[in-house]
Design a protein around this ligand. Structure first.
Ligand code: BJW
Ligand code: ZN
Length: 250
């Protein structure tokens, strides 16, 4: 795959890079996306599972769904796209990987500077005292984990609809989008806010903006370039170009 002259030029001179990833980057690892033909939301309704009211109404159902997804994620591996991003990070002093994903695959691929906007599915915490519960105990009769400190309900450590994103994490992501020379948006349908505002922030601040997706999205017209194809094919090509440009043998 040949990169455009403009993208090659930007890769050569960029000092600061900000990347936003979504479920599409993990699709090639076997983690289902949310939307689209094979998406999770075709089989499960977000309003029944991905908000706090649903959890209070039926914690057992919500936990069953998250337990099923945690197991699925534990059994998969980072793919060529995750690994290429970890490689790209080594070429820049200022590289921020902002992810909407909760699957921990960027960390497992050895990316370092990761901002998790929507939490992490491997985390859980008590809704009453806020204490982290690393190993929720499902052994009770009701099959719902309870806080070992206060007995409160333990919930998955993800951000549901209608909930605030972790504020410092989002602010850090915004600062990265504001100062970057190159912004990459990868494998996201770009319909969930405030994450979807980051490419706009980057563009307004003067960054060169590139989208990587298997299809055009609602945001495609905002980008300087949309590279159509799988993240697992396109990102290794970008990492290879960077290696040539920087003249480093890794
Ligand atoms: C490939 C590929 C391959 C496939 N290679 N590409 C009305 C208007 C505007 C906003 C709102 C509104 N009403 C409510 C809101 C706010 C709401 C929102 O944005 N809703 C919109 C949906 C309308 N946002 C929120 O509520 C957020 N909080 C907030 O705003 O706080 C302020 C507030 C407080 C109080 C009241 C109101 C506001 C929180 C959002 C939390 C999102 N949570 C989820 C679930 C996380 C937990 C879990 O995993 O269960 O996060 S929803 C789900 O969507 C998940 C994802 O991170 C997120 C984004 O999805 P993503 O990653 O883009 O995946 P897909 O599936 O949509 O797309 C995959 C893409 O990959 C596709 O484009 C494919 O083509 C592509 N692809 N294979 C490259 N191989
Ligand atoms: Zn508690």
């Amino acid at each position: 795959m040949r990169l455009s002259n403009e993208l090659t030029r930007i890769l050569r001179k960029a000092r600061s890079v900000c990347v936003l990833t979504g479920a599409g980057i993990s699709a090639e690892s076997g983690v289902p996306t949310f939307r689209g033909a094979e998406g999770l939301w075709n089989k499960f309704r977000p309003e029944e599972l991905a908000n706090f009211e649903a959890f209070i109404h039926n914690p057992k159902l919500v936990w069953e769904w998250y337990t099923y997804r945690r197991k699925l994620i534990e059994d998969v591996m980072p793919n060529a796209g995750h690994i290429a991003l970890a490689r790209m990070e080594t070429f820049f002093d200022d590289f921020t990987l902002v992810t909407q994903n909760v699957d921990d695959l960027h960390r497992r691929a050895s990316s370092k500077n990761i901002l998790e906007l929507h939490g992490n599915i491997m985390r859980s915490y008590c809704i009453d005292c806020g204490k982290d519960e690393d190993h929720p105990d499902f052994s009770r009769q009701e099959n719902i984990p309870r806080c070992k400190a206060c007995g409160g309900l333990v919930r998955p450590g993800v951000v549901w609809f209608g909930e605030m994103l972790p504020q410092e994490v989002f602010q850090e992501a915004e600062r990265s989008a504001q100062r970057c020379d190159l912004f990459l948006s990868i494998g996201t349908s770009a319909v969930v806010y405030p994450a979807a505002s980051l490419p706009v922030t980057a563009r307004q601040a003067g960054a060169y903006t590139v989208e990587v997706n298997i299809e055009r999205t609602e945001q495609s017209r905002l980008f300087d370039e949309t590279l159509l194809g799988k993240a697992g094919d396109i990102l290794p090509a970008i990492a290879d170009s960077l290696q040539l440009i920087k003249g480093v043998n890794v």
